[in-house]
Structures are given as C-alpha cells and as structure tokens.
Design a protein around this ligand. Structure first.
Ligand SMILES: N[C@@H](CCC(=O)N[C@@H](CS)C(=O)NCC(=O)O)C(=O)O
Length: 200
C-alpha cells in the first residue's frame, strides 16, 4: 500500500498508525501546495480531492479522509488495539473523537498556515484555545483519549498538538495536554514516523 503524505501534515496520523500496527507503507511525498508528486505528475490525477492523506490499496482503490484511512489500517491489525472492535461503544467513542478533531480542531489551523488576515487568525486561535480547554479537561487523570490503550484518536490528537507547538501557540497552561503530548511523542512508533518524515 502507498500513503500519499506531506511531512508533518495530517497524514502523519495514519503514518503513525501504520508504524504502531507494524504495517509497511510506501510513502509518496506529495507537494500539497502545487498538488504535484516529486516526478512532477499531477496529484489531482491520483486523488481528485487534492488532499493528503490518501491510501492506495493493493487492489488499486484509493481510500481518502484521514479518520477513515486510520480506521482501515487499525482494522487490518486488530491485535494492535489501535481501534476497538466495530459496533462497540468504545469504537463509537474513538469515532466521536475523530469527528471532533477532524471538524472542530484540524480545520481551525487553515487560516494560520495560509496566513489569513489578522482578525481571522485571531478568531481561529481563540477557537483553538477553547477546543484545547475541552481536550485538556478530558485528559485529566487519563493516559489516552479512550480507554487504556493508545488509539488512532491519539495519533490524530498528537498531530494537532504538534501543530500548536510548531506555530508557537501558547498552550503552556494545559498541563494534562502537555503531559499527554510528552507521553505520545516518546512512543517508538511515533518517533519512527517522525524520523521517516524527516522531523525527528
Ligand atoms: N477531509 C480531509 C482533509 C485533509 C486535509 O485537510 N489535508 C491537507 C493537509 S493537512 C491538504 O492536503 N491540503 C491540501 C489542499 O487543501 O489542497 C481529511 O480529513 O483527510
């Protein structure tokens, strides 16, 4: 399988999941601004959405949407416990987090990375702060977002906190969030994915 990715982008979450699961993926570096591959070919010809992550399956299908790609990878290796079994309340809890991160956190970064007008950036930062208050409270007394194991939701949340640090957002007051980040970043699979993306 091939993972279309860009270093440090949201595709890092399914990349981490693959490392945690012990699934070897061929990594295809994708320029998400120019929508080109390294050989100059047009990424829209591969994924008409133009976004990463995208997972090219061995049967020729393309799977898109990070939360779905991560669930697919996790379900290939249930013994790694990266996603609870489908149909259980724990699986819905993981999906609840994936949905929240995808729609209520991830996209708040767009005005910051695209350097939108000052007032739009300020509003995005305020909303991110509100979201991180919620996440920090949810993490108090817990090692992971759901249950006793690292899950695909943690891989995705890790990337959201990584971006906050990269953009120098002030998240220093969020003790539980920062302790959680420290635990996740120390995981060998996370280090391996960061290294493979040239970020370690
Ligand atoms: N709905 C998609 C969005 C993914 C997404 O926003 N990817 C960004 C990088 S983090 C991207 O590829 N942006 C390029 C573009 O918008 O053209 C998902 O959740 O996987």
């Amino acid at each position: 399988m091939k993972l279309y990715y860009f270093p440090g982008a949201c595709s890092l979450a399914p990349h981490i999941v693959s490392k945690e699961a012990g699934i070897d993926l061929e990594l295809i570096n994708t320029d998400i601004r120019a929508h080109k591959l390294e050989d100059g070919s047009d990424y829209f010809d591969i994924n008409p959405k133009g976004c990463i992550p995208a997972l090219a399956l061995d049967d020729g299908q393309l799977l898109t949407e990070g939360p779905v790609v991560s669930q697919y990878l996790a379900d290939l290796k249930p013994e790694a416990k990266l996603a609870p079994a489908a149909g259980t309340i724990e699986r819905y809890r993981v999906q609840e987090w994936l949905g929240y991160i995808n729609s209520d956190i991830h996209k708040l970064y767009t005005p910051l990375v695209r350097q939108a007008a000052e007032d739009i950036q300020r509003a995005a930062k305020e909303s991110l702060n509100t979201r991180f208050i919620y996440v920090n409270n949810a993490l108090k007394g817990k090692d992971f977002l759901v249950g006793e194991h690292f899950t695909i939701a943690d891989a995705y949340m890790f990337v959201m906190i990584l971006w906050a640090n990269h953009l120098k957002l002030d998240i220093s007051k969020f003790d539980a969030l920062n302790a959680y980040f420290g635990r996740i970043v120390a995981r060998p699979a996370v280090q391996a994915a960061l290294k493979a993306e040239g970020l370690a």
